[in-house]
Design a binder for this molecule. Structure first.
Ligand code: GLU
Length: 507
């Protein structure tokens, strides 16, 4: 096999959907598994859909996920430029070549004429309103016009598009790496536009030309492109020969949790979970769509959960590091059917990744969470201790704030409804003595604090359980958190005593 070269070819039209990141991931895993190259090519030939900031955002997402390309607009490479709008001059010769060989033609139809055609088809009760072989000879194109009429229109600078001339009665087949042998009847495919009036290629022409020029060996894309496959295969056949064509895999859709359709941003809004990789701000409306990163997902967990959406290695294993994925991934094990997205399961992956990560690996992520909540962290070692104590309790990285903030700040509110029914003069006197006793605990560790607490409880003849709950509310403000003596040890003697004394004034 010649060198594996795969590409992710996003159009910069907005936020990056998790289906897009999964396409990136499968490309990346396949390339790395085979020691090949992963290329990102920006497909921005449709200027009407171009959105400011979308390209930068896509690269930021890839960086966050750790799926860095080998070649791209940002990373450079031997096949530059990697942005199709900068390759505009390349495509026309291929369109010309197709016209010369009789596989494509000039179409001069105005938008009014196209509209009229659709109206007529509708009136005839036709199901398809396509520009295709059934109607092309009634339209304003170089197939119907005399050569001199076409030449005159061209010479007069009449706007035109170039369309592929779909052959009649042919079957176009190819072997998809996931779906196997697929065949299409050319009679059902329309004469797609290849070159637009502004001289820009459409996706159909550009994808074939660029996959050829960039020596792409395998092309993976979403299943929604399957209907266009016959057009691309014919273009390969006409321009470069089928032997040069990359192997194709059409990836199954990621489905909404409660239906069969493709998971959309709207489903995320409706059901309350993110669908984009990172926060995306629409430059026109300034509306922010939440992303997995900002909601508190670890990139490793995000990558892991996407990998198993539609792929598994045949074992029961669910947690995979990127290294394991690279080792085990194969396109043949990608499922044909769509995979339903399950947000609860997605969170489960994140929880598992938080638990299995060592505190130092979480440090910078958690620090950001704390700081974005106005908690300034001056001592990394202390934060590491806190991370170790609470990570089992955190599903999302953002949970570290709620679960850990009391290690840094004394509570200003307490769960009084839990404390008050148990509060009486005996308990008050216990905690006054306990605050005293804490001054003299010799070694400030969990065992000594606990022993002091229990001995004093016996002396005061009060049940330890109730006292412990109250002590916890004094330190934390609520009934949550790890072991109360562990908390006391972590926050230190002075702070523990101060919190008990402050609570005594309020309870
Ligand atoms: N530009 C296409 C898209 O946005 C890429 C499809 C492909 O990978 O060939 O989906």
């Amino acid at each position: 096999m010649s060198k594996v070269r795969v590409r992710f070819a996003p159009s910069p039209t907005g936020g990056l959907h998790l289906g897009g990141v999964r396409t990136v991931l499968f490309n990346y895993l396949f390339a790395k598994h085979h020691g090949g190259d992963f290329i990102v090519r920006v497909e921005d030939t449709d200027q009407t859909r171009w959105v400011a900031g979308a390209e930068e955002y896509i690269f930021d997402c890839l960086k966050w996920c750790g799926l860095e390309p080998d070649e791209s607009v940002l990373h450079g490479g031997d096949f530059a430029p990697y942005r199709q709008s900068e390759r505009k001059a390349i495509y026309r010769q291929y369109a010309d070549q197709l016209i010369e060989a009789g596989h494509a033609y000039y179409a001069f139809d105005t938008s009014e004429e196209l509209e009229k055609m659709r109206e007529e088809l509708k009136a005839k009760g036709s199901h398809s309103l396509q520009y295709d072989q059934a109607i092309r000879m009634g339209m304003n194109n170089s197939l119907r016009l005399l050569p001199e009429e076409t030449a005159a229109l061209l010479a007069a600078g009449t706007p035109y598009v170039v369309r592929i001339k779909m052959p009649a009665n042919e079957f176009v087949s190819f072997t998809d790496m996931i779906r196997g042998e697929l065949s299409f009847d050319t009679n059902t495919v329309d004469d797609k536009v290849l070159l637009k009036a502004d001289g820009m290629p459409t996706y159909h022409l550009a994808v074939v030309v660029d996959d050829f020029l960039m020596k792409i060996s395998h092309a993976f894309r979403g299943e929604e492109w399957l209907p266009s496959a016959p057009v691309h295969i014919l273009l390969w056949k006409y321009l470069f020969g089928l032997d040069a064509m990359p192997a194709w895999a059409h990836l199954p859709l990621i489905l909404k949790p409660d239906g069969n359709g493709k998971l959309s941003k709207r489903d995320g809004d409706r059901l309350g979970f993110p669908v984009y990789a990172m926060d995306w701000t629409d430059p026109k409306t300034s509306e922010i769509t939440k992303g997995f990163k900002e909601i508190g997902f670890m990139p490793q967990a995000f990558v892991n959960l996407l990998a198993v959406l539609g792929w598994n290695d045949g074992s029961q294993q669910e947690l995979f590091s990127i290294e394991e994925l690279i080792e085990k991934f194969s396109m043949e094990k990608v499922h044909k059917g769509g995979a339903k997205f399950d947000y609860e399961k997605a969170k489960w992956f994140n929880h598992e990744w938080i638990k299995k990560s060592a505190a130092p690996d979480l440090l910078s992520l958690v620090k950001k969470v704390m700081e974005s909540n106005q908690l300034s962290i001056s001592n990394d070692d202390y934060l590491l201790t806190v991370i170790e104590l609470v990570k089992e309790r955190c599903t999302l990285l953002t949970d570290f704030y709620e679960q850990g903030k009391f290690f840094f700040e004394a509570p200003v509110n307490w769960d009084l409804p839990s404390v008050q029914p148990k509060w009486d003069a005996g308990k008050k006197s216990f905690f006054e003595s306990f605050a005293q006793a804490l001054q003299t605990v010799e070694i400030w560790d969990v065992a000594s604090i606990e022993n002091t607490f229990k001995a004093l409880a016996t002396e005061h003849n009060i049940k330890v359980g109730e006292l412990q709950m109250i002590f916890r509310v004094m330190l934390v403000g609520s009934k949550m958190g790890p072991g109360v003596f562990v908390i006391a040890q972590a926050i230190g003697r002075e702070d523990s005593i101060a919190r008990v004394q402050k609570a005594l004034q309020h309870f």
